[in-house]
Design a protein around this ligand. Structure first.
Ligand code: PHE
Length: 434
């Protein structure tokens, strides 16, 4: 449950729909689901397994596991790169988390009431166009994240998540219900599920794969930390499958809620990061009880973002404590400050720096590309190679303890061959080598 709470976040509700919109719909969804099934699940099993065996933070776990398997200590790099990726991701995640805070205020003060598609675009444009508003909410989001991290009281939040995430799911279903009344529900479903590869490119493929890693929180060692708490005797395979199914389910339901509203209000499916902030307010602004549900929705989205953000920074904080002799408070302050400052780059990417582009991409675009599309897949390949090739079969077999021989063999093939080869091909293709 805790790992599902950390995995379900802005990635499912904010990012998945907008990436699907940009990359033309169904083909992206299909490739995404394939990536979750063929790469995500076996890699999650590998990460949980390494975590349970190593029983420490990712860097120190990898050190122990490398020694145990006579492998080079260079494998610790997985932990270091993952720790860095977590901070880089949080720096922009926090800005978007700030958007959810801003939208709680908008909803609670009635800004959505009777809103049209155009009205929602204008509202968002003004909101995101103001650098000071962006910095304010980003700062607030970082403060609430680092407060919990500094006090080390995640467990309270994780317990709350067990109730709050199902509530978020129910509100998503209410949105799907509203989407059904728009008259564009079938159009939304067709867009999501009728294969159409006409807008699909090599970049789309890489993005779908990167999104699978991002949404499942894979390739950076976070899942290893959760793995280190998994008791012996718990089935790693069924736990991983459950997390992946729940995470993908939330993303697909979010898509089913959003695209009918997009089409019904003549909004642009490829609008980008603004997509849910332009569609969801229209839905809540035009249903009865919308002010209450809308506010509740953004509160729950904030909680989802919050739990994910804690798991993004926790590796960096533990690293500072264990390897650099800091207290938890000091570690939280320093890593938090660095991440907060870097976040300005993203906060300004939507206003004063929106035209500062390299290769036609803003600061935010580069940060997102670097982390989701390069760092997480590379981290994932490394984990796959370590789990598949360096760890002995006896060890992995004993750790995974699957009651089906065939299941274990399938995992072996996926983790040893399919994962490293598929990820490499997609990466090489994206940089133009294939
Ligand atoms: N999976 C989270 C989301 O979908 C983001 C995340 C990525 C969290 C990596 C932790 C580690 O929002």
């Amino acid at each position: 449950m805790a790992a599902t709470g950390a995995a379900v976040g802005l990635g499912n509700i904010w990012k998945f729909p907008y990436l699907t919109g940009i990359h033309g719909g169904s083909a992206f969804v299909l490739v995404y689901i394939l990536c979750v099934a063929a790469l995500g699940i076996p890699m999650m099993m590998a990460e949980v397994m390494l975590g349970r065996r190593g029983r420490q933070t990712p860097i120190n776990s990898m050190r122990t596991l490398a020694a145990e398997n006579n492998a080079s200590q260079g494998w610790q790099l997985i932990g270091w790169a993952g720790t860095l990726a977590g901070m880089l991701i949080l720096s922009y995640y926090s800005v978007i988390g700030g958007w959810t805070i801003g939208y709680i205020v908008h909803s609670a003060t009635g800004s959505f009431s009777g809103l049209s598609g155009d009205g929602a675009s204008t509202l968002f444009g003004e909101f995101v166009g103001n650098p000071w508003i962006q910095v304010t909410w980003h700062t607030l989001f970082m403060i609430i994240t680092m407060y919990i991290v500094a006090r080390g009281v995640q467990s309270g939040l994780e317990k709350a998540v067990v109730f709050l995430m199902p509530a978020l799911f129910v509100l998503l279903l209410i949105l799907v219900g509203y989407a059904m009344t728009t008259g564009y529900f079938m159009k939304g479903l067709t867009f999501l599920f009728t294969p159409d590869f006409s807008h699909f490119s090599g970049t789309s493929m890489l993005t779908a794969m990167g999104q699978a890693f991002f949404s499942l929180s894979l390739g950076m060692g976070t899942i290893m930390i959760y793995g280190s708490y998994v008791p012996k005797g718990t089935s790693i395979a069924s736990t991983s499958i459950m997390i992946a199914v729940a995470d993908t389910g939330v993303a697909l339901i979010a898509g089913m809620a959003i695209f009918p509203i997009v089409f019904a209000n003549a909004l642009e499916p490829g609008a980008g990061p603004s997509l849910i902030f332009e569609t969801i307010p229209v839905a809540f602004g035009n249903m009865s009880g919308g002010m209450l549900f809308g506010t509740l929705f953004f509160v729950l989205l904030l909680v989802a973002a919050w739990t994910s953000s804690i798991s993004l920074i926790e590796p960096a904080v533990t690293l500072m404590i264990e390897n650099f002799n800091m207290t938890r408070k000091q570690a939280a302050v320093w890593t938090g400050l660095a991440t907060w400052l870097l976040g300005f780059g993203t906060a300004f990417s939507f206003n004063i720096w929106s035209e500062v582009k390299v290769f036609d991409m803003t600061f935010f675009d580069h940060l997102d590309f670097l982390t989701s599309n390069l760092m997480l897949p590379l981290g994932g390949i490394s984990i796959a190679i370590f789990a598949g090739w360096l760890m002995t079969k006896e060890t992995s077999k004993a750790e995974l303890d699957m009651n089906s021989e065939v299941g274990y063999s399938i995992w072996q093939v996926l983790i040893r061959y399919i994962a490293p080869i598929a990820v490499s091909i997609v990466l090489l293709h994206a940089i133009g080598i294939f």
